[in-house]
Design a protein around this ligand. Structure first.
Ligand SMILES: C[S@@+](CC[C@H](N)C(=O)[O-])C[C@H]1O[C@@H](n2cnc3c(N)ncnc32)[C@H](O)[C@@H]1O
Length: 442
C-alpha cells in the first residue's frame, strides 16, 4: 500500500499551512517565525520552511500568473490549502534547487492526499498541473514568449502590483526600482542593538564567539546576523533588541542634530523600537509612549521589562485626542501607521494587502496625527515624523503639506545633500525608512 503519511512537522506541509495563513487569514510572517508560536522543528527544517514561504511571497505574482495560465480551474475556486500547496511547489520548481522536480511533485501529491484522503480528484489535479508546469523550463524565456507589455512584464518580474509600480514610477526611475526589488530578493538580515545596561559589548561579543555564532559589527556597534537562531534568547534576556539598520543609523544621526531633551512624547509608540532608540541615544529623563493598541503595548511592556528600561511610561490612547497632556514636550515623535512598503524585504506579505484606497486612507490618518502632534511640542522643541514606507505620498507629500500649513515649524535638513533621511534597501541593507525633523520656532 502507498504510504501517504505526512508528519505534521514536515517543513513543506507546514510551509503550505503558513502560506495559507498569510494569504487567506491576514496573518503575518512574524506570527509564525518569531516567538514561540512555531511548532517544534529543528533549526534546519525551520530555515527551509522560512526559505520556501518567503521565496514564494517574493515571486507571488509570477507564480500566480503561471498557475492561472495552466490551471483548468479558476484559482479563486481552488481550495485555499491546495492553492497554497501549488504556490509553494511552483516556487520550488523554478527557484530552488534543493530537490529535483519529480521529488517536488511527489511530495506535493503526497501532501494533497494526506490532507484530502478521500478526494482523489484533488491529488490528480495537483499532479497534472504541476507536471505541466514542470515542463516549462526556463521561466524567463517563458515570460519573454508571452507577448506581455513592458508594465506587466516588469510587474511580474519585480513582484510589484501594477498600481504600485505605476505609483513608484511617478517618483523614481525604473532603474532604481529594479535595483531595490532585485536586492529585495535576498534574504533579509537581522540587526540588533546592544543594551549595555545588561551586558557590556566585550562580554556579549565573547558570548557570541563562545556559541560559535556568526556576526558582523558596524562602527556604530550595530550587530548583524544572517539567522535569527539564538537571537531570541538574547532578546528575552534583554541583552539586545532587534532594530533595523536603516532605523538605527537614523538615530545615530538624530543624536548629532538635537540635544538637551528631557521629556519625549512618542505617539504611535508600540511595540517600542523607536522609544528604545530614543532612550539610548538621547538619554531623556522620561519618555511617554502612547499607542491605541493594547495588545502591542502589552508586548512593549514585556520588552521594557526584559531591557530594564525604567523611564518609559506606557499609555493606551488615541493620539488624535491628546487633551490628557496638559504640558508640552521637548520632542514629539510620530512613527506613523503606514503602508509598510519599505519592509517588503523582511515582510513581503505587505504587497498582498496594499491597494490605492488603503494608501489614501493612510495619508489622511498621517496628516491627522501630525495635526494633533505638533500642538504638544514646546517652543524650541522638535517634532519628528517617520514611516517605513517608500511612497512619496506618505512621506515627502505629508510633511510638505504639514509645513505649508504650519509656518511656525521649520524642517531641519538632515544632511548637506538631503533634506530628509531616506533609505533604500540596496544602499543600506535594511528596510526603506523615511524621517523628517522639524523645529518649532515660536
Ligand atoms: C509604525 S507602528 C509603530 C511602531 C513603533 N513606533 C515601534 O518603533 O516599535 C504604528 C503604530 O501606530 C498605532 N496607531 C495607529 N493609529 C493610532 C492612533 N490614532 N492613536 C494611537 N496609536 C495609533 C498602531 O497601533 C501602531 O502600533
Amino acid at each position: 500500500m502507498e504510504n501517504n503519511f505526512i508528519d505534521n512537522t514536515n517543513p513543506r506541509y507546514l510551509a503550505t499551512l503558513i502560506l495559507k495563513g498569510i494569504t487567506f487569514e491576514e496573518k503575518i510572517l512574524d506570527d509564525f517565525f518569531f516567538g514561540k508560536n512555531f511548532p517544534i522543528l529543528n533549526q534546519k527544517d525551520k530555515d527551509l520552511c522560512y526559505f520556501i514561504v518567503v521565496g514564494t511571497l517574493k515571486k507571488f505574482l509570477l507564480i500566480d500568473f503561471i498557475l492561472k495560465k495552466f490551471s483548468k480551474i479558476e484559482l479563486n475556486k481552488v481550495d485555499p490549502f491546495i492553492l497554497s500547496l501549488l504556490r509553494i511547489s511552483t516556487f520550488q520548481l523554478f527557484f530552488s534547487n534543493k530537490l529535483p522536480s519529480y521529488a517536488i511533485l511527489n511530495e506535493a501529491v503526497k501532501i494533497a492526499k494526506f490532507k484530502f484522503p478521500r478526494k482523489k480528484y484533488i491529488s490528480g489535479y495537483v499532479n497534472g498541473l504541476l507536471r505541466t508546469i514542470s515542463k516549462i523550463g526556463d521561466h524567463l524565456k517563458f515570460i519573454e514568449n508571452e507577448n506581455l507589455n513592458e508594465m506587466t512584464k516588469n510587474s511580474l518580474m519585480l513582484n510589484i502590483p501594477p498600481f504600485l509600480l505605476k505609483k513608484l514610477l511617478s517618483s523614481y526611475e525604473l532603474k532604481k526600482i529594479k535595483n531595490y526589488f532585485h536586492h529585495a530578493q535576498n534574504p533579509s538580515k537581522y540587526y540588533a542593538v546592544l543594551n549595555e545596561k545588561k551586558i557590556s559589548l566585550n562580554k556579549f561579543l565573547k558570548l557570541l564567539k563562545d556559541k560559535g555564532l556568526e556576526f558582523e559589527i558596524t562602527p556604530e556597534e550595530i550587530l548583524i546576523f544572517n539567522k535569527i537562531g539564538e537571537l531570541e534568547n538574547f532578546v528575552e534576556k534583554g541583552f539586545i533588541f532587534l532594530q533595523d539598520i536603516s532605523i538605527s543609523k537614523f538615530f545615530f544621526k538624530l543624536k548629532e542634530q538635537i540635544k538637551n531633551i528631557d521629556e519625549i512624547l512618542d505617539l504611535c509608540g508600540a511595540p517600542g523600537g523607536k522609544s528604545f532608540s530614543l532612550k539610548l541615544h538621547l538619554n531623556p529623563k522620561k519618555i511617554l509612549s502612547l499607542d491605541k493598541s493594547f495588545k502591542r503595548l502589552l508586548n512593549m511592556k514585556k520588552r521594557i521589562k526584559n531591557l530594564s528600561f525604567n523611564n518609559i511610561c506606557l499609555i493606551c490612547g488615541d493620539c488624535t485626542n491628546l487633551s490628557m497632556f496638559k504640558k508640552n514636550f521637548d520632542l514629539v515623535y510620530v512613527d506613523a501607521p503606514c503602508s509598510s512598503t519599505g519592509t517588503y524585504v523582511k515582510n513581503p506579505e505587505v504587497f498582498l494587502r496594499i491597494n490605492e484606497r488603503k494608501i489614501k486612507s493612510m495619508t489622511t490618518i498621517q496628516k491627522n496625527i501630525l495635526d494633533k502632534a505638533f500642538k504638544k511640542v514646546k517652543k524650541g522643541g522638535y517634532l519628528v515624523y517617520s514611516t517605513c514606507s517608500i511612497l512619496k505620498d506618505e512621506n515627502e507629500m505629508v510633511v510638505e503639506n504639514f509645513l505649508e500649513r504650519h509656518s511656525n515649524f521649520e524642517s531641519i535638513n538632515f544632511s548637506l545633500e538631503n533634506k530628509y533621511y531616506k533609505t533604500f534597501p540596496h544602499f543600506l541593507d535594511g528596510i526603506g525608512f523615511f524621517s523628517a525633523i522639524f523645529i518649532r520656532k515660536e
